[in-house]
Design a protein around this ligand. Structure first.
Ligand SMILES: [Zn+2]
Length: 149
């Protein structure tokens, strides 16, 4: 259970929000990379990921641009791990979404926090499991827009 902005939501509510279930799939790194290439092409910088909390769509290229814009010094791989609202200092703090039922977008969500909303876990060659944001496929963006109305 977490409470923010006076709104109470349970962990189950949050999972429900992430495409309707708590189902998590595990995928080998090579298969995940193949899927990204299939969806978006050979340049991983242009692959699009969707924040499970606020549905913001972002890419590694956005984080590279953030370096130039605000001197962001973190890893650009955060594109599939943390919402860019967490790092974009140009956005006033009050306008950054938090972990709520209907967050502003972008938000400050990260998979590294207490509540992991990942639907996909990438398993590397050593068996280490890394939760990631979902690929932002066209269908997913459409579904999200429909749901938000
Ligand atoms: Zn977000």
């Amino acid at each position: 259970m977490c409470e923010q902005d006076g709104e109470k939501i349970t962990t189950d509510d949050l999972f429900e929000k992430v495409l309707g279930s708590k189902e998590v799939k595990k995928i080998a790194t090579a298969d995940w990379l193949a899927k990204g290439t299939e969806l978006f092409g050979d340049d991983p910088k242009l692959w699009r990921f969707v924040c499970p909390n606020c549905k913001h769509v972002q890419s590694i290229a956005d984080f590279i641009a953030l370096r130039e814009a605000v001197g962001y010094e973190g890893e650009v791989q955060n594109a599939y791990y943390s919402c860019i609202g967490r790092y974009d200092t140009r956005i006033p703090e009050k306008d950054i979404g938090t972990l709520t039922a209907n967050p502003k977008s972008p938000c400050d969500y990260t998979l590294g926090g207490l509540i992991c909303l990942a639907k996909t876990i990438v398993v590397d060659d050593e068996g280490k499991e890394n939760p990631v944001f979902e690929f932002a496929t066209i269908e997913r963006i459409t579904i999200t827009r429909r749901r938000r109305r």
